[in-house]
Design a protein. Structure first.
Length: 276
């Protein structure tokens, strides 16, 4: 049984209503089926507007497909009761591309990371600060950042707070929706090292939504390619990465330069943030 799957999923969004007529929904996804196995690192590649982020939101239960079924450990999300949703939320976490819109600006970093600890774990309030400190260490932020507010952090720092929040309940799957795109190259590698260690040590699975072929080749074991709302290619990741679909070839035309040789080892560790 797959950990998370989509079966014939289609979805669309209704445009703004006209005063004269009701316009039909614009299709975004069409008959998408996929499976994510426990402990797998799956890449989801595609150009902007192809439906990657919409698919990620459907898989994490943030939206409901117009047609088809999303299943968690064999059970349709639409059939989950309250305990089932609690288990799903604990085991499936998501990190969004835009960290500014993913956090409450009135909460401190400690409060942001503690949210899933309060609602999805059995840790009492006395135990939560130690877990927050552990998570800040994991994403390379100094512990003093726990007292800061989002406006006091850079975009890259705030994204690492969001990654720490996703890690907090010890999930079985993390969906990364362009989650390292706004980090610099050093921090991208540091986060990939962290994700690789989590997969090795505790078997976390990842769905890595991106347009960056370099990161897929570095991090993923299997890759799906999307084009115009459909999955057009499914293949194991090789080095060098080979894609045969027209959509995959188009991504190669816009590929970023290779990682510098001196930065290709994921064993490199970076110091904690030194910003006061």
């Amino acid at each position: 049984m797959s950990f998370l799957s989509a079966e014939g999923v289609s979805h669309g969004y209704s445009p703004r209503r006209s005063l004269l007529r009701r316009r039909p929904a614009q299709p975004v996804l069409s008959e998408v089926s996929l499976e994510i196995e426990p402990g797998e690192t799956l890449g989801l590649l595609g150009r902007s507007g192809c439906g990657k982020s919409t698919l990620a939101r459907l898989l994490t239960g943030l939206e409901t497909p117009s047609l088809g079924t999303v299943r968690f450990q064999g059970n349709a999300l639409s059939s989950l009761d309250k305990p089932g949703w609690q288990a799903f939320r604990r085991q499936v976490q998501m990190v969004f591309q835009d960290p500014q819109n993913a956090v409450n600006p009135r909460l401190t970093v400690s409060d942001i990371i503690s949210e899933p600890l309060i609602h999805l774990t059995d840790l009492d309030r006395a135990q939560q600060p130690a877990r927050v400190a552990e998570l800040l260490d994991a994403v390379g932020l100094a512990r003093r950042f726990a007292r800061r507010y989002p406006f006091e952090l850079s975009g890259g720092q705030l994204q690492r707070v969001c990654i720490a929040r996703a890690l907090a309940p010890r999930p079985s799957l993390i969906v990364l929706d362009e989650a390292v795109s706004n980090l610099d190259l050093h921090l991208q590698l540091q986060m990939l090292e962290l994700f690789t260690a989590l997969q090795r040590d505790v078997g976390v699975a990842f769905l890595f939504v991106t347009h960056d072929l370099r990161l897929v080749e570095r991090f993923c074991s299997r890759v799906l390619v999307m084009g115009a709302g459909r999955l057009v290619e499914d293949r194991p990741v090789t080095s060098p990465l080979t894609l045969t679909s027209p959509e995959g070839q188009a991504l190669f035309q816009a590929v970023l330069p290779a990682f510098p040789v001196q930065m290709t080892s994921l064993r490199e560790r970076l110091p904690l943030e030194s910003v006061s």
